[in-house]
Design a protein around this ligand. Structure first.
Ligand SMILES: [Fe+2]
Ligand SMILES: [Fe+2]
Length: 547
């Protein structure tokens, strides 16, 4: 069987899907759009409120303009506010070992002055004590003392690692050196007591100084209200923050903060980017999605390279199923970003060797939902969102996060779920060793018999993974060519022959030939029969275009 222990965690099937990505429209995709998606993922990882990054972007850009900064500096602020924590998943393993839930740690640290032992000490002590609450005395005491002693050195190492990883991601995401440099200064302080150590005052980029202030201002305002927020900012004037920036912000704080509220949307934020906008070609998009895959897989030593492998397997399985190439592209992209929601699952949970508590499991169970929300609405990602949100659904309704059954899940989504399950099984996890490919294949076949997984999806994934699968067994759907599947989908969507011909850019006679061929192959004579066949086989819509 598919491992049951906490098998709900990564071995469940599913739904939905989309259009493929088309090179001609890809050219219009904004680089900032990918960064907005990334910002939603980093909010989860940092324990920040939804839209925190968007709000800080609006506030930062407004403040930069109020300070009279030029367009290049404003652009720096725009991107840094969205990407500041792109390196935050690096080395979370070390944080988890010391402090337990690293997301709770970050949430607790957000409003305090990290250079103040009086503020920092009690918070660390509380979290370390919580992380060791289950240890018997006197070991608990020794562990707390030992962890406190290590905390400064470990934190410095981890935060330095965040800066380095952020710079690498910045480069991979195609940004200019000045933006990459800003990512390396994300923890810098005006007084030089931040990281990199000793970098202070005007040597810190203006964008870094502004974003540090506006993000703390939002955190303090949310946590304590306006008066205490402003009092805290004034108190840190000249230590954490540039005095000139604090003064300008405090002077107009009410108006600046009020102006943010109505503009905390991705549309409003994209409109703020100074022109010319960064735009992406298809090859750039795939490079950026690879960076998103690595962003989340870096969290745990068990998931290194996981998303890349799922992407390759799912795309190849789609080709084995004779699905159109656009489906293979959509599945590849969905595979790369399918686990983005894991950003919101503490590393301590991901690497826990034993069974999960109910509360821990609830966090895991929601990761496909979070992945869907991260992508939702953004033009590039919207077609992938539902597909990604369904990657742990199972045909018998036992999956998550929706608990969808059978035909509620389109074929492309079923393929992604099977590819994800297979790849996870052959990788080690904290709670089990890696399974052999043969054992994983057997588990998938049992899942088909139990109604949890789709037989076509399993056969295509196993074939893509190099297992021997009889070609004839694909005939149920693979008798259709990719073109015929496209025609079938359009037909099931209500299009006439003329409309289908227009959609595909072919002559009506050619479209009709495809139609007659596919009718003969699936054994129907009418649009109604063909539509039902399409629904029965998860081919009712292209990935991302399902109703
Ligand atoms: Fe996964
Ligand atoms: Fe997952």
């Amino acid at each position: 069987m598919i491992p049951s222990h906490r098998s709900y965690r990564e071995e469940t099937p599913l739904i939905a899907p989309t259009t493929g990505a088309r090179a001609e429209t890809d050219a219009g995709i904004r680089q900032a759009e990918i960064v907005v998606a990334l910002s939603r993922a980093t909010e989860l990882a940092m324990g920040q409120p939804v839209d925190f990054a968007l709000r800080s972007c609006v506030l930062g850009v407004d403040l930069a303009r109020a300070l009279g900064m030029d367009a290049e500096d404003v652009r720096d602020v725009f991107y840094l506010a969205l990407m500041r924590y792109v390196g935050c998943n690096a080395e979370t393993y070390a944080l988890a070992a010391l402090f337990g839930d690293e997301i709770a740690l970050r949430r607790a640290l957000a409003p305090i002055d990290l250079a103040s032992p009086a503020e920092l000490g009690p918070v660390l002590l509380r979290l370390i004590a919580q992380a060791n609450a289950d240890a018997p005395m006197p070991q608990r005491l020794w562990r707390i003392v030992g962890s406190l002693a290590q905390s400064k050195a470990v934190s410095t190492d981890v935060l330095t690692g965040h800066c380095e990883v952020a710079e690498r991601f910045g480069t991979r995401l195609g940004f200019k050196p000045r933006i990459v440099r800003n990512l390396g200064q994300l923890y810098a302080r005006w007084d030089g007591k931040g990281i990199p150590h000793g970098v202070k005052g005007e040597a810190i980029s203006p964008a870094v100084r502004i974003v540090a202030l506006v993000q703390d201002a939002l955190t303090l305002d949310d946590a304590y209200g306006r008066d205490r927020c402003l009092a805290t900012l004034r108190r840190r004037r000249g230590s954490a923050y540039d005095p000139r920036i604090v003064d300008r912000f405090v002077m107009d704080a009410d108006a600046l903060l009020h102006a943010v509220e109505a503009r905390a949307s991705w549309q409003a934020v994209l409109a703020l980017e100074p022109e010319p906008f960064g735009r992406l070609a298809a090859a750039d998009i795939d490079e950026m999605l690879l960076a998103l895959a690595d962003f989340v897989d870096i969290k745990s030593p068990f998931t290194s390279g996981h998303s890349r492998a799922v992407a390759e397997l799912a795309a190849e399985a789609a080709r084995r199923c004779n699905l159109p190439e656009s489906d293979a592209i959509a599945l590849s992209r969905a595979g790369l970003v399918h686990d983005l929601g894991q950003a919101g699952v503490a590393t301590a949970i991901l690497v826990k060797p034993g069974a999960l508590s109910e509360a821990e499991w609830e966090k895991v169970r929601l990761h496909p939902y979070h992945a869907e929300r991260i992508l939702d609405g953004l033009p590039l990602f919207a077609p992938l969102a539902r597909l990604v949100g369904s990657h742990h659904e199972r045909g018998d309704g036992s999956g998550y996060h929706r608990g969808l059954r059978g035909d509620a899940v389109p074929l492309a989504a079923k393929i992604l779920a099977v590819a994800e399950a297979y790849q996870s099984m052959i990788e080690p996890r904290s709670y089990r060793a890696a399974m052999s490919p043969a054992a994983a294949a057997q588990a998938l076949q049992q899942a088909v018999r139990a109604g949890k997984m789709d037989g076509d999806a399993v056969r295509s994934v196993l074939a893509a993974a190099g297992h021997a699968v009889t070609r004839a067994r694909f005939s149920q759907i693979a008798g259709l060519t990719p073109r015929e599947i496209e025609v079938l989908r359009l037909l099931a969507g209500g299009q006439s022959i003329k409309e289908i011909a227009r959609s595909l850019g072919v002559a009506p006679k050619t479209a009709d030939n495809h139609l007659q061929n596919l009718y003969a192959k699936i054994g129907v004579k009418t649009r109604g029969g063909a539509t039902l066949f399409a629904l029965e086989h998860g081919l009712g819509a292209a990935p991302g275009h399902e109703k």
